[in-house]
Design a protein around this ligand. Sequence first.
Ligand code: NAI
Length: 739
Amino acid sequence: MASPLKFSGRVVLVTGAGGGLGRTYALAFAERGASVVVNDLGGDIKGDGKSSSAADKVVEEIRAKGGKAVANYDSVEAGEKLIQTALDAFGRIDIVINNAGILRDRSFARINDTDWDIIQKVHLMGSFKVTRAAWNHMKNQKFGRIIMTTSAAGIYGNFGQANYSAAKLGLVGLSNTLAIEGRKYNIYCNAIAPCAGSRLTQTVMPPDLLDALKPEYVAPLVLWLCHESCQENGSLFEVGAGWIGKLRWERSLGAIVQGKNQLVSPEAVQEQWGKITDFANATKPRTIEESMNTLYEALSKVNSEGGISMNPTSQAQSASPSGIEPAKAIGQKLPRVVFNYDHLHTILYALGVGMTTKDPDHLKFLYEGSEDFCCLPTFGTVVSMSVLMSGTLASVPGLSFDFTRLLHGEQYLELYKPLPTTGQITSEATVADVIDKGSGAVIILDVHAYCGKELLCYNQFTVFVVGAGGFGGKRISNKAKVTISPPTRPPDAVMNDATSVDQAALYRLSGDWNPLHIDPNFAALGGFQVPILHGLCTFGFAARHILKHYADNDVNKFRAIKVRFVKPVLPGQTLQTEMWKEGSRIHFQCKVKETGATAIAGAYVDLVSASDKHSARDQPKAAGLQSDLVFEEIGRRLKEVGNQLVKKVNAVFQWDITNSGKTAAQWTIDLKNGSGEVYRGPARCHADTFFTVSDQDFMEVTLGKLSPQKAFFSGKLKLKGNIMLSQKLELILKDYAKL
Ligand code: NAI
């Protein structure tokens, strides 16, 4: 079993907590250590009247059990006052459960303005006001969890509840947008549609059912969604009777009902009605960008092909029953992650991969006071690890899979300079490729890590998703850094190193929290007798052996490493690293000494050779591109007006300029960060919109000979990401791209 989810130190506001579901949430949070503000107006089911007794009773209940709680009797319409109570009593606000609710059920024709208004005010406006009052506190502390309470009546409609349904579905919209706006501040917002026996449902449900549908069946979902370890955001759940399910949108492939240069007619709609309403091969758009892209694709198709129906076969081919759609996934960027570290982390990592004070030459990795204190090169995987750990990979469009079925298959790391012993590292990950191995899917993730603007290192994570293959994709990738077999002669050198029984317990503190490496029950579920060592821990041991044997522990000599993880190692076993030197490349493999099993295979370390001059920052300049001059000019002009444009545009545009069908240069126009910047190379932060265009067509556009719209519709200019933002581009090209 996972360890109990605690809320110690967290302050929770539950609105409408004087009874029903709210009371259960309040009690559950308090029981797990949270300080709770129990809000309830104490009115009747229709919202009439007022009393303090409902909230007081629940506060007493919590205190009697040794919990911490205070009451608040304001209506949720006075949002600020509720949050003030939390601040006055406990000094902060971490979690808001918007739960207060009333009913004014009437068939639609009989709903009067008062019935309509009060329902919107309590449910929708109340949730807005309370959440808005908490928002900046959450933003400043970079933590917040919010629940909106919607209802099946809103999702599906229900007779006699037009006012209530409208407000309740409004809350889903509110939740979706807060999830987007809050994400970067670690504020997550989700909506739940509960079903439970309470005074709201007692008139519509038989007594037996009321008893069976306990609010206690709903509270666990609310608590999990609000826990700091839960990464769910912007989702909608139905919950009740001990069952929980997640909802999402499904959209038919649809049909284009417009012909080239023709207006849409009702007859064309009628003709295509079968296709418009056919859910075969339906898609599941998750973002407004995904939704809009279909519209833009349709526009482009109409203008370039003049056809009037979507091409169902090509769409059907790209959809995969396994949830893997390479065409959608490849090139997608994951949210940027920032990793702050100092000597504590680098020393902890060094201990995690077996460094010991028994070895005098290890001291420079273990003691910050050491004259040549430095950071192990393989710490470069740690700085970008949270890209994988955050779970966002499974939500990339075209990569819908079960995250628990993911295995770390291979790892490549390349350093462009030695890692500093302290730093703030920003990692940007792109899905480089997706391969179909039949039994599973292989996802190749390219991650560039920057310290400020300087590219520090590059990781390629290769992960295997068990059971997600069979989508008809390609079998090999030209993007993959490949493993290489060692020479057939006996190894030139061998090093043995015993891991400690606590090796995994120590290594995980460097940021790989997978319970498989610490929790015996979890390990048993995976078929292991004891928790296993992290593959990257074995990797760290082996890299350290090579650094010592062939580079005299000089981190300046370490350039790159590639490994394939073959079999797990158990903490306490002895690692045997076999090494072969071939020029500046050291081939190696790692075995478990006790069993002879190979743990790492096909691996190598590249050391810096005398002639080695590598720098990812020195992107080769493609000769003779006219667009280079334009970008350089845009850069110069933006220096004068960058600030204003950043405010107006607030977007990052990445350009792939092609020449003879191949990417010849990449440029980024960053009008989001600082006072704006134009630079050669891919976007250092998350780009909002991606353009691909030939050098020649780019010039036609900037010289005003070809409008961006025409270029787009004729397929000369390709767009990805947030296409709506591209409209702002004309502003730049019109005014700042003059040569
Ligand atoms: P409940 O009536 O037992 O609890 C609602 C609480 O909100 C009451 O204690 C009430 O005094 C309080 N309240 C009403 N107006 C308020 C205001 N202006 N300010 C502060 N407090 C106020 O009802 P229940 O069933 O526990 O409902 C909780 C939430 O769940 C509601 O939003 C409801 O619409 C929603 N819901 C419940 C379902 C169910 O099966 N019980 C089904 C779908 C949604």
